[in-house]
Write a protein that binds this ligand. Structure first.
Ligand code: MN
Length: 716
């Protein structure tokens, strides 16, 4: 068992001339209040705070921390209270001791392993003084060293907690020796068989391996010396737990892990790193063609180094890291970020910077000559932006600083947020605007059917709560707007003699929605409710005539639609694919059955039939042409105008009409032009004709009339 004199010697050794009085007094106080208590090992309880103080002295902490280390269990385990400690040792010691006590009260046992990261952060956040954590680590290290006295089940729990929480924290703080010991001890209790197996295997060839390290170091040193590069060469065994992790992660047998020894070459400059790499690669064949260049591409945590694995002198895999002094320093300081990187989490720069600073502090605290300056530097807020709180079931949730119970409620579930009517913090009702603190246990009270308040937007801090509340308000607003919009539309529709309920479901409504750019009727109606669209605008769009911007096809279709509905006035022409269509005949060319014809779709006038040869038909929009044919079955007749050139004589018109009526055709109109100088006359006769054969007969008959020179069918 370590004695107080050993502790004092250590302090004096690291910090000559330090004021040891406070340590002495803490020891006496601790001995008095712990008197009669024994550890599970049977040793007096005092041995524990003494060992912790010894570890803190090894970490080169200041006398105040070591005094606090001696007192770290008195508040929790003895009759001494905080007031007494403050009176005897001052507020600084009390602050640290109560910080340790607070952490000791945290119960990690029921927290799921996946929350380890939150717990670690919470742990750090709760300690506003880094020394609290350092004492906690020393405390845990000693407890791990004496874990064998605990019951089997308790051992496993404590070991698991150590592996999940304490070892990573030690690593993050850059206190490697504590991290490695915590890991290996926890490993021993958690997986005793694996631990023993690896331990024995490492031991078997230990001498051989040490010999190997020496040989390789010598070879590397020779190469470097030949190239005039001053360097430092380190070779070290990996720890048992590191070996186990590697075997597990890469699914390897122990025998396959040759690089349980890693070499590190530390040089002066960056170019020397690459030069050294070249030397190593020319001496030993690299296994991976691509070595890892973290100098050219630093890790997110700013870690820089060259990593290569070569086939060594004894045909073994050999891992070599090459870096500068500066990079080595950064690698150590940036341990925190390195750790979170390994766990697959992105490194938060401000966090890693802080830890780098702490690392620096731990390494350089002997440089602080002024104790006040040191104090100033160790009082820090590790995670100023987060608070960590418990759910009633003991789960940890992290929230931004300033978050309220409403934020917490929305973090649990949107419905819990919506229905939140109150909150209990640490068992007491609190206002919903209360800012949560790390360590608070929050219980949300809900009421079914309760709804969020707009005012909450002013007090919530998280994005989730804000967006859920906004969303809820929006939904509410929309519902109100829809009913208002519907009312307004119904009124306007009635005015225009439209049935709202029927129109709203009609196909025309689709076009109106599209015209306004909406997908759902509700959206359109809601916008009427919001006042962005007037109901009259909706009605106007609904009854609008063919819009000019409509496509050709739809225009055509609409025209045909209307034309179809009109009563058929004439028969005799079949329009392809269309029954019951209004057909008209071009006045310009007057087609009759037997003429080859074409159809032309007109706006609102149906299909006009032209002779194919008709000049007008040829000039028309070809898109509007439609195929037509004569219907042989009808006995309709068609007007044809004929021009008859003859001598101007008495009785001519009577002869012409007799000739026409003899053939069974009706005359629809007669006109004439007289040319006196030539004594001729042109008579225009419009006759009703059945077909081209009928027309031929009529023409032949007219030609037989006396003094008729020429008969001509008139068309353009
Ligand atoms: Mn303790």
């Amino acid at each position: 068992m370590i004695r107080i004199s050993d502790v004092l010697d250590k302090i004096d050794e690291h910090t000559p001339g330090a004021d040891l009085d406070i340590v002495d007094r803490a020891y006496i106080f601790s001995a008095r209040v712990h008197d009669g208590q024994v550890r599970l090992s049977g040793e007096p309880y005092l041995s524990h705070p003494l060992e912790v103080a010894g570890l803190l002295a090894d970490m080169r902490l200041d006398p105040v921390s070591i005094a606090a280390g001696l007192l770290h269990d008195v508040v929790e385990d003895t009759h001494a209270d905080e007031k007494e400690i403050e009176e005897i040792f001052g507020s600084e010691v009390l602050h640290i001791v109560s910080g340790v006590t607070k952490l000791s009260k945290l119960n990690f046992s029921n927290a799921a392993a996946r929350q380890a990261e939150s717990i670690r952060k919470m742990f750090l956040a709760m300690a506003d003084d880094i020394r609290v954590i350092l004492i906690k680590l020393a405390d845990r290290l000693h407890n791990m060293r004496t874990l064998s006295f605990h019951k089997e089940s308790k051992r496993k729990n404590i070991a698991a907690e150590t592996l999940d929480i304490y070892a990573p924290i030690a690593s993050r703080l850059g206190i490697y020796w504590i991290k490695l010991e915590l890991e290996d001890t926890a490993f021993m209790y958690l997986m005793p068989e694996e631990y023993e197996r690896i331990k024995n295997k490492v031991k078997t060839d230990k001498d051989q391996r040490d010999d190997y390290i020496e040989k390789v170091r010598h070879m590397i040193a020779e190469e470097m010396k030949a190239s005039h590069m001053p360097c430092q060469i380190l070779g070290r065994h990996k720890h048992y737990y590191s070996i186990y992790k590697k075997m597990k992660e890469q699914n390897l047998d122990f025998e396959d892990i040759y690089d349980i020894i890693a070499f590190r070459i530390i040089v002066d400059t960056t170019p020397q790193c690459y030069e050294a790499l070249g030397l190593m690669h020319s001496r030993w064949k690299p296994i991976d063609i691509k070595f890892k260049d973290y100098i050219g591409r630093p890790k997110p945590n700013m870690y820089q180094s060259l990593h290569t694995t070569v086939m060594g002198h004894f045909n073994e895999r050999m891992e070599i890291q090459i870096r500068t002094q500066e990079m080595d320093k950064v690698a150590k300081s940036g341990i925190a970020a390195h750790w979170s990187y390994k766990e697959g989490k992105s490194a938060n720069e401000s966090v890693s910077e802080k830890f780098a600073w702490i690392q620096n502090l731990i390494e350089n605290q002997e440089n602080f000559t002024d104790p006040d300056e040191f104090m100033e530097n160790v009082r820090i807020d590790l995670f100023p932006d987060d608070v960590y709180v418990f759910t009633p079931t003991g789960e940890i949730r992290s929230l931004p600083k300033g978050a309220t119970p409403i934020d917490f409620a929305y973090m649990i579930h949107s419905e819990v947020g919506h229905q939140c009517t109150g909150a209990k913090v640490n068992g007491r009702m609190v206002p919903l605007k209360r800012k949560l603190k790390t360590g608070d246990c929050v219980d949300i009270i809900t009421l079914k059917g309760h709804s969020p308040s707009k005012d909450w937007l002013n007090i919530v801090k998280t994005v989730k709560a804000t967006s859920r509340i906004r969303q809820w308000i929006k939904t509410q607003d929309k519902e109100r707007s829809i009913s208002l919009g519907r009312e307004m539309c119904e009124k306007e529709f009635r005015k225009n003699k439209l049935n709202y309920n029927r129109m709203i479901k009609s196909p025309e409504m689709e076009n109106v929605l599209a015209a306004f750019g909406f997908k759902k009727t509700d959206d359109l109606i809601a916008n009427v409710g919001y006042g962005k669209i007037t109901p009259l605008q909706v009605v106007k769009k609904l009854v609008a005539k063919d819009a000019p911007e409509e496509s050709h096809e739809s225009i055509l279709e609409k025209i045909l639609e209307k034309v179809r509905k009109k009563k058929k006035e004439r028969t005799g022409v079949i329009v392809k694919g269309l029954d019951d269509i209004l057909v008209k005949f071009g006045k310009c060319c007057q087609p009759v059955p037997g003429d080859s014809i074409t159809g032309y779709i007109t706006r609102g006038q149906g299909v006009t039939i032209h002779k194919k040869r008709c000049i007008n038909a040829k000039n028309m929009n070809q898109d509007r042409r439609i195929e037509v044919s004569w219907n042989e079955d009808t006995n309709a007749s068609y007007p044809v105008t004929l021009s008859v050139l003859s001598n101007d004589r008495m009785g001519l018109l009577a002869d012409l009409t007799t000739s026409i009526s003899n053939i069974g055709a009706n005359i629809l109109s007669v006109n004439s032009e007289t040319y006196q100088e030539e004594n001729t006359v042109k008579t225009f006769l419009t006759v009703s004709v059945e077909n081209t054969a009928h027309l031929k007969k009529i023409v032949a008959g007219i030609k037989r009339v006396k003094q008729v020179h020429r008969v001509k069918r008139i068309y353009n």
